[in-house]
Design a protein around this ligand. Structure first.
Ligand code: SAH
Ligand code: SF4
Length: 355
């Protein structure tokens, strides 16, 4: 990606929508239809340099450069795991640092993107939760992670991304508009044209925002980080549960399913002696009756916390019990642990969040 020097008074062109670009062109005596061409260069061809927009006259390119910039991500380090996972740290235009992860597997190639710099929700098991939230990412900054890692995937593994998960740093539903806007650019025909069914947004469970997703009739998949179906345990693990308790969450999930017809995915982190017993499995089975769902049992990744991962046999027993209740269950072994790239480990360990 080409870095353009930033002048404070110049605006990020990608904060404008199509109409706003057309208005700008008209105000400067240029043809409004050029906006569509510019829009395509930006979102479909992922070009970040006005000089590369070759179907525009030099005059129009100069006009754009006079008023606008691209606030691109600058990749600063990429670390490769023995399992093929690659974690990349990017510097944002204002110096903050975020991370994205490319996860190749036999059947798919996934990027895990960040939605915020840090996270304020302070879940007890999560390294990102220890970083104070600095700011929301813009739609363009989220989009850039996908576009960049897509090229990386092609260069490293010879094929493009098949899946996108919003499971990096941050709580996506607390950056609602930018997350949905980024998905629009990733999925629309004027953008990357990827299928929304290949995108999963993971949330700690903000009830109001889950209902808003239903009202907005989203086409992408929703994952909820449940981790336990017992209220007081959940509040210990995830402080957000003190205001968004399981009662509110289940109302939101019921509403979401009724409106969208979609199945929910529950993320369930297996923590030794905390949420991995038979009583916990029973509670989960009962909770999950509110809507069609599947459960991912996730291996805990060490994050210098008081928690330990559940034993493999315990995880299997837990899964077996849920299956006797006719639930769809997957056990998810983590990837990229040796480079701190696994879920919950993104924390810019060797880098300051602002340089
Ligand atoms: N904030 C959102 C999305 C980012 S976290 C959310 O909480 O859902 C993505 C996933 O990583 C969540 O399911 C989260 O619970 C999980 N996670 C956090 N810390 C983890 C850890 N140490 N090991 C495994 N998964 C973890
Ligand atoms: Fe934030 Fe998600 Fe980490 Fe919780 S698990 S602190 S919500 S990023």
């Amino acid at each position: 990606m080409i870095q353009t020097t930033q002048t404070p008074e110049k605006k990020e062109i990608r904060s404008l929508n199509l109409q706003e670009i057309a208005d700008f062109l008209q105000q400067h005596g240029e043809k409004a239809f050029r906006a569509k061409q510019i829009y395509e260069w930006i979102w479909k061809k992922t070009v970040t340099d006005f000089n590369l927009m070759t179907n525009l006259s030099v005059k129009v390119r100069d006009l754009l450069s006079e008023y606008f910039v691209f606030q691109t991500l600058t990749p600063i380090t990429s670390q490769r795991s023995t399992d093929g996972t690659i974690k990349t740290a990017f510097r944002l235009h204002d110096g903050h640092i975020i991370e994205s992860v490319l996860i190749p597997s036999r059947s798919r190639t996934t990027v895990c993107v960040s939605s915020q710099v840090g996270c304020n929700l302070a879940c007890a098991f999560c390294a990102t939760g220890k970083l104070k939230m600095q700011r929301n990412l813009t739609a363009a900054e989220i989009f850039d992670q996908v576009a960049w890692v897509n090229k990386q995937s092609f260069a490293e593994y010879g094929h493009k991304l098949t899946n996108i998960v919003y499971m990096g740093m941050g709580e996506p539903l607390l950056n609602y508009d930018n997350v949905l806007q980024s998905i629009h650019y990733i999925t629309s025909d004027e953008g990357l044209g990827m299928s929304p069914q290949r995108i999963t947004v993971s949330t700690s469970g903000i009830a109001k925002q889950i209902m808003k997703l239903a009202d907005d009739d989203i086409k992408f998949e929703l994952a909820i980080s449940l981790h336990t179906a017992i209220n007081n345990v959940r509040s210990e693990l995830m402080p957000i549960n003190k205001t968004q308790n399981l009662g509110l969450l289940s109302e939101a999930i019921t509403y979401f399913h009724k409106k969208t017809g979609k199945r929910i995915t529950y993320e369930y982190l297996m923590l030794r002696g905390v949420n991995d017993g038979l009583a916990d499995a029973k509670k989960l089975a009962k909770f999950s009756k509110i809507a069609p769902c599947k459960v991912n049992l996730i291996e805990f990744n060490d994050t210098d916390s008081q928690f330990k991962a559940s034993d493999v046999e315990i995880m299997q027993k837990f899964a077996d019990f849920l299956e006797t209740k006719n639930m769809i269950v997957n056990i998810r072994r983590s990837k990229g642990k040796d480079i701190d790239a696994a879920c919950g480990q993104l924390a810019n360990k060797n880098l300051d969040t602002k340089e």
